[in-house]
Design a protein around this ligand. Structure first.
Ligand SMILES: *Cc1c(COP(=O)(O)O)cnc(C)c1O
Length: 386
């Protein structure tokens, strides 16, 4: 289906609501039946009917249809956060005694799920350098049930060869799951490469306006039904109809936003790479990126996220550079309209916390929708202090 059809029309039954162009927010916890027979019918398949908003709400359902189509998946669920999407997809495919193979240094709360939460229920894991598919193969045990991927990875953007990973998972009977938040479905569709489940933090690009926290899970009809009936209905992990409506509004401009963010990101990454005060720049579409060829093979773009190592011997120098910036906000998250910066130095010397495993010269920049030249001007004047 054409991307424009998905973003503009799919799932929208306008004749049912006065031909309104924007769908209604069906702010109702429950739905009445016209007969006992209708009621019986609905209870036979809660995901396909409207009974109760912890299950299937009509506004959320429009969003589910669009998100599934964006990923080329049969079905999708929308949940309370990206972290919840990861947890639901993983928990649905493990039991006591299971083992998970996961990429090294995944998103921080994915790491917590595997390191601190699942061991309480007897589920083990191995983190591997998944830039080499052979490393994944070597970590698979007889009790491994899940292969968890994140490509590009958080912070340093390592990629996994999705076709090879999908084939490996199939061969060993594992469920393959990927966090596809960085590329968004505009630049990478892992299901087309054979991956089983795609999750996103919809907080980032899908919603794109820094005003809703949510997550999505995409997969086959049977996998989505399984997760819905067990994890979603039992743990009550849903979003409100109002939040679903805001995300629908965000999706109208998804293609425009991610392309702008990528193109500006590439321009700024190229500029940073030639700057004398910069040691190294990581961005998957720079020819200097170690997996540039794989990036071009399986992605058509990437997030406007850039990791920069500035030239500094002391943490105070990074602080001075940071203090000069005027057009970037210091904030976590990314994928919104606004450009952000998070210097690793902010995580150094935090009371009660170990220093991070990255040098203090690392600075993560997110490029939003502003004019890239206007952002470069700001970076240029701030880099002068180094
Ligand atoms: C932010 C983020 C998440 C978590 O999403 P939330 O909506 O904040 O729970 C997961 N994966 C990646 C890559 C992220 O950047």
């Amino acid at each position: 289906m054409h991307l424009s059809e998905i973003l503009t029309h799919l799932g929208e039954e306008r004749q049912n609501y006065f031909n309104a162009v924007s769908p209604p927010i069906i702010q109702s916890s429950n739905f009445a039946f016209s007969s006992l027979e209708d009621c019986r019918q609905a209870f036979s398949d809660e995901l396909a009917h409207h009974i109760y908003t912890r299950g299937n709400n009509p506004t959320v359902e429009i969003l589910r249809k669009k998100v599934a189509a964006l990923e080329g998946a049969e079905d999708a669920l929308v949940v309370a956060s990206g972290a919840a999407a990861t947890a639901m997809a993983v928990i649905a495919n493990v039991k006591t005694g299971s083992h998970i193979v996961c990429v090294q240094n995944p998103y921080s709360w994915t790491k917590h799920l595997l390191e601190d939460f699942l061991p309480r229920f007897g589920v083990g894991h191995t983190f591997v350098d998944a830039t080499e598919t052979a490393e994944i193969a070597a970590a698979i045990r007889p009790n491994t049930t899940v292969l968890y991927l994140e490509s590009p990875n958080t912070m340093t953007f390592e990629l996994q060869d999705l076709k090879a990973c999908a084939a490996l998972a199939r061969k060993h009977g594992l469920v393959s799951i990927i966090d596809n938040s960085n590329c968004s479905p505009i630049f990478q569709q892992p299901i087309l490469h054979g991956i089983d489940i795609v999750i996103h933090t919809g907080t980032k690009y899908l919603n794109g306006h820094s005003d809703v926290v949510n997550g999505v899970i995409c997969g086959s009809k049977s996998m989505i039904k399984k997760i819905f009936e067990q994890e979603i209905m039992t743990l009550g992990n849903i979003i409100s109809p109002h939040d679903a409506w805001l995300i629908l509004r965000g999706l109208r401009t998804l293609e425009l936003r991610v392309k702008r963010s990528f193109e500006s990101g590439l321009k700024i990454a190229q500029w940073l790479e030639t700057h004398p005060k910069v040691d190294k720049v990581l961005f998957p579409f720079l020819p200097s990126f170690p997996q540039y060829e794989l990036a071009k093979k399986q992605m058509t773009g990437c997030a406007g996220l850039i990791t920069v190592f500035v030239k500094a011997d002391r943490i105070g120098q990074v602080e001075a550079f940071f203090g000069k910036l005027k057009r970037f906000l210091l904030a976590v998250s990314w994928g919104g309209h606004e450009s952000l910066i998070v210097p690793m130095a902010a995580f150094y010397n935090v009371p009660g916390r170990d220093n991070p495993p990255y040098p203090f010269t690392l600075v993560r920049i997110y490029i939003g929708l502003e004019d890239p030249d206007w952002l470069i001007e700001d970076l240029a004047q701030a880099l002068e202090v180094l």
